[in-house]
Design a protein around this ligand. Structure first.
Ligand code: GAP
Length: 461
């Protein structure tokens, strides 16, 4: 992780937030390369799951919504983690992180009946990971939603929350979507946007942060008559999620499914599969796929008194549609991509070449333009002309500082699939050299066919 964190900072992927003030509470900023990567991920996701599908519409809803939304969704009462404090060093821990999740659930059950709860905690938990002593408080449920106040008065009646998931924006707009887009079941609503959770222990770099971005789909299906009916759509989305992982270029061997046991399911879910990635700090959730039943629409109807049912245009029957939810975290996608693409290659001369082997389709820079003799004005002029010609089509980086070897290394670390060099031959025969990041193989191509050649390389996967 240390190598990846330092490369991400050095090359401008990820910076600690507010760094000049010593950083802030597990918050991170995306630098110039990071934001290009993020934009490529989000644009590809949107094109794949929204634009190119007749059964999907997009939406963008507010971060601050009516607090009633979060009462109906169960987040006010149930979106919490068990907080335990070490009485010795005052470190705060998530109880279910000190044990496995299933061990914690069992302990919670025992605690309900136990006479001496403190003794049971002392016997069941390992020592404090920070001070190695064992003297804990009893666990209490800590709600993960960030609270704020809307308007000038800070009291109970003006309390609002920053959304902990984008999903609810899709549910509360269900009727608006039906009446404005005239979609019929099955269809989905998709959204990309920020979510906030006041995590007790944000950790592992950008893996668990308090502010992050989600790409979510709520896919509405007719009320299933039996298990098989919802499972069919569930399996369909499961395959779609694997294909998205393939598209990103993340190796399948590094991802596994975890069918969440019933007792660990979120309050809204009848079945959830986590797609877990083999991160250097452990195999952990990358994405999730959940069958949310009709939980959300039903509860919003109860709370709002608005009819949230779907009327079948053929039969006239009214019912709450059921929902399959594929959900993807943007930051976790970035982290998995960095980990998966990171490679250190031993060179013949004994040096090591660090490369990010991104799939060309999502690489932040597609082409680096490198004039070979940067002190020759006619070569620099030609290189700038080429940059101007291809910049409208591909993200480019123009670099004329340092030796060509150093410039190649910088681009390898940025994951740039193509390095284009301009030399004296260019001036004679209008050709340039294209160097492949992975093989380091170089070949000459005519400037006239550059757009076609680069497009071929970028779309080759
Ligand atoms: N609407 C369902 C939902 O929010 P979730 O599993 O709690 O489900 C969905 O979150 C995805 O959001 C996760 O799979 C993960 O990629 C991302 N995510 C959740 N909490 C996160 C955090 N604290 N930091 C970064 N990403 C997070």
């Amino acid at each position: 992780m240390q190598k990846i964190i330092s490369l991400a900072k050095r090359r401008g992927f990820i910076f600690p937030s507010s760094e000049i003030y010593g950083g802030f509470s597990s918050c991170y900023d995306f630098g110039p390369l990071g934001i290009e990567l993020v934009e490529n991920i989000k644009r590809s996701w949107w094109n794949r799951f929204v634009r190119s599908r007749p059964d999907m519409v997009g939406i963008s809803t507010t971060i601050i919504m009516s607090p009633k939304v979060w009462q109906a969704s169960g987040h006010v009462s149930g979106f919490s983690d068990p907080l335990i404090e070490c009485k010795e060093c005052h470190a705060r821990h998530r109880g279910d992180n000190l044990l496995s999740e299933s061990q914690w659930k069992k302990l919670e059950k025992k605690l309900e009946k136990a006479k001496d709860k403190e003794k049971l905690i002392a016997l069941s938990l390992p020592s404090c990971p920070d001070c190695k002593k064992k003297n804990y408080t009893l666990p209490r449920n800590f709600n993960l939603m960030f609270k704020t106040f809307v308007g000038p008065v800070e009291d109970e009646t003006s309390t609002a929350y920053l959304r902990p998931e984008t999903a609810q924006g899709m549910f509360v707009n269900f009727n608006n979507i039906i009446s404005s887009s005239r979609k019929t079941l099955p269809f989905g609503i998709a959204q990309i946007g920020k979510a906030f959770r006041n995590e007790i222990t944000p950790k592992n770099y950008i893996f668990r942060t308090r502010e992050f971005e989600q790409m979510e789909i709520e896919y509405f299906i007719p009320e299933p008559k039996n298990e098989k009916e919802w499972q069919k759509t569930f399996d369909y989305w499961r395959k779609e999620m694997w294909q998205w992982i393939d598209f990103l270029g993340i190796k399948r061997k590094n991802v596994k499914e975890n069918d969440i046991p019933k007792e660990e399911l979120a309050h809204y879910s009848k079945r959830t599969i986590d797609f877990e990635y083999k991160f250097p700090f452990g195999t952990k959730e990358l994405y999730g796929l959940a069958y949310r039943t009709d939980f959300d629409l039903k509860n919003h109807e109860k709370m709002s008194k608005e009819n949230m049912k779907y009327r079948d245009p053929k039969t006239g029957k009214e019912y709450w549609p059921h929902v399959i939810e594929p959900t993807f975290g943007v930051e976790r996608t970035v982290l998995a991509l960095l980990v998966d693409a990171f490679d250190e290659e031993k060179m013949e001369d004994g040096t090591t070449r660090t490369v990010l082997r991104f799939s060309p389709a999502i690489a932040p820079i597609k082409v680096a333009i490198l004039p070979l003799l940067q002190n020759k004005p006619e070569i620099v002029k030609k290189a700038k002309e080429i940059e101007k010609a291809i910049l409208p089509f591909f993200s480019c980086d123009y670099d004329q500082s340092g030796s060509i070897g150093k410039r190649y290394r910088r681009q390898d670390e940025a994951g740039t699939p193509i390095c284009l060099t301009v030399d004296f031959e260019t001036l004679k025969d209008n050709t340039v050299t294209l160097r492949d990041r992975d093989t380091m193989h170089q070949r000459r191509v005519d400037i006239g066919s550059l757009k076609e050649e680069i497009t071929k390389i970028i779309n080759k996967d």
